[in-house]
Design a protein around this ligand. Structure first.
Ligand code: PLP
Length: 433
């Protein structure tokens, strides 16, 4: 090429959750049945969509107006509905114009980081949800800046670490948090959120709160929305229908912007996101139209409660299989769709392996695991030996070794087989050298 055309951040675009699919497909090609425990798609795992929701969506498909473009920011009535919902909580308010729809939060993340000044950095949690960490790293051209989620303190943010990094790095313009968190499943208390908001206030930063899983909170766990504690700090909340209805294929997510009028620079930045959306015309119309009739239906809270209770009981089941395995530690999640297992410091080495009877699979795994991070090595062996596809923790922008699997298997027998097999294979792997 006459000119270099590759973006400075191109090498940062990694998404382990899907990259492992290529390896799994190879192993499937050798005849192994794959159990997909890597991606948080409840529909792919066979969840039945509530019939009443399908009726509402079916009716919308019969209305010609569902096929038009929406306003660039999204359908006005839906934005008003969501603004009313946010305003029903005591805290920072929004109006319909503070809500902007995207083609899923994946699109929102790309725009939020893509239209941020390159030198302005967002510090986010580690382990990190890779869409955020990769997008932030790609935008800046450097490795993603992170604060530690501490496995010795229930995966809660190490606030001292966050405070110090914010204090001594003045390129940091904002703090990202994910609540409930992916991959750890931890839900932040009101006090903790307040402390993060205080750090932002003290250093004149804005907050991005990814609240994708705000309606996937396990029974008995109290959830606090960011707008309840944000005070006067500028902030963005990200929400989506992907995990709630669930309808990930709708590609329908939105941001709620709080305290836009309190900072001119922040306001101009938000305007740039709206302008970017205008260039794109708009986001998916029909899923937006479905939000007021579905989320406003009396059956919706029941649906949310039932779904969360099911996930909580599966998390308890996974916990019961993993808690006594030597060499790993686990923390009971409080929300979201995942379970994270952490290898203890020093238990992994590069001689460990799992028995794989089939020569072709064993040879393939031996070949691709050489020189790889040690948790990823376990994950690939697990894939080869059992066909169980999980994601290594080092794929979540983390130096900690471990892996994440989903709580989405609906078949009780298959689920317990999977969890039991994971526990047994961890024991075999750790004792294999
Ligand atoms: C924390 C978090 N944020 C955002 C997303 C993206 O969601 P969407 O389907 O709206 O793009 C996900 C998807 O798994 C997620 O886990």
């Amino acid at each position: 090429m006459r000119r270099k055309i590759v973006h400075v951040g191109a090498g940062q675009l990694t998404y382990e959750i899907r990259q492992i699919v290529g390896v799994a497909r190879q192993i499937e090609g050798f005849g192994r049945d794959i159990k997909w425990e890597n991606i948080g798609d409840p529909v792919e795992k066979g969840v039945a969509i509530e019939p009443w929701m399908k009726e509402i969506i079916t009716e919308l498909t019969s209305d010609d107006l569902s096929y038009r473009y929406a306003d660039s920011q999204g359908v006005p009535e839906t934005r008003q509905f969501l603004a009313d919902l946010a305003n029903s909580r005591k805290g920072a308010g929004v109006n319909a114009d503070d809500i902007i729809f995207f083609n899923g939060l994946g699109d929102a993340v790309a725009k939020i980081f893509g239209f941020l000044k390159r030198e302005a950095r967002i510090i986010g949690p580690s382990p990190a949800y890779s869409t955020h960490s990769s997008a932030e790293a790609a935008h800046s051209g450097y490795e993603h800046l992170t604060y530690t989620l501490d496995p010795n303190n229930n995966w809660l943010p190490d606030l001292e670490d966050l405070r110090n990094k914010v204090k001594y790095n003045d390129s940091i313009a904002g703090i990202l948090l994910i609540n409930p968190d992916n991959p750890t499943g931890i839900v932040y208390s009101r006090e903790l959120l307040q402390e993060i908001v205080d750090i932002a206030a003290r250093h004149d930063l804005f907050i991005i709160a990814d609240e994708t899983y705000c309606n996937v909170v396990f029974p008995g766990v109290e959830f606090t929305y960011i707008n309840e504690v944000i005070g006067k700090v500028p902030a963005i909340s990200m929400k989506s229908v992907s995990k709630e209805y669930p309808w990930p294929g709708a590609r329908c997510g939105w941001i709620e912007v709080y305290n836009r009028d309190r900072d001119e620079e922040f306001d101009t930045y938000i305007l740039s996101l709206i302008n970017a959306k205008r260039l794109e015309v708009c986001s998916t119309t029909l899923p937006q139209l479905s939000i007021p009739p579905i989320m406003g239906d009396a059956r919706y809270p029941e649906h949310i409660a039932k779904q969360s209770a099911e996930l909580a009981s599966r998390a308890a089941e996974a916990f019961s299989y993993m808690k006594d395995v030597d060499g790993v530690s686990v923390i009971m999640p409080q929300g979201a769709l995942y379970f994270t297992v952490l290898f203890e410091e020093g238990v992994l080495n590069e001689n460990q392996h799992l028995k794989i009877a089939e020569d072709d699979i064993r040879e393939y795994i031996e070949k691709i695991t050489s020189g790889m991070p040690l948790d990823k090595r376990f994950v690939y062996y697990l894939l080869g030996a059992e066909g169980i596809c999980v994601v290594p923790l080092t794929g979540f922008c983390s130096e900690l070794k471990g892996f994440r699997f989903t709580l989405l298997e609906i078949d009780a027998e298959k689920r317990s087989q999977i969890y039991r097999a994971i526990a047994a294979r961890v024991k075999e792997f750790l004792g294999s050298d």
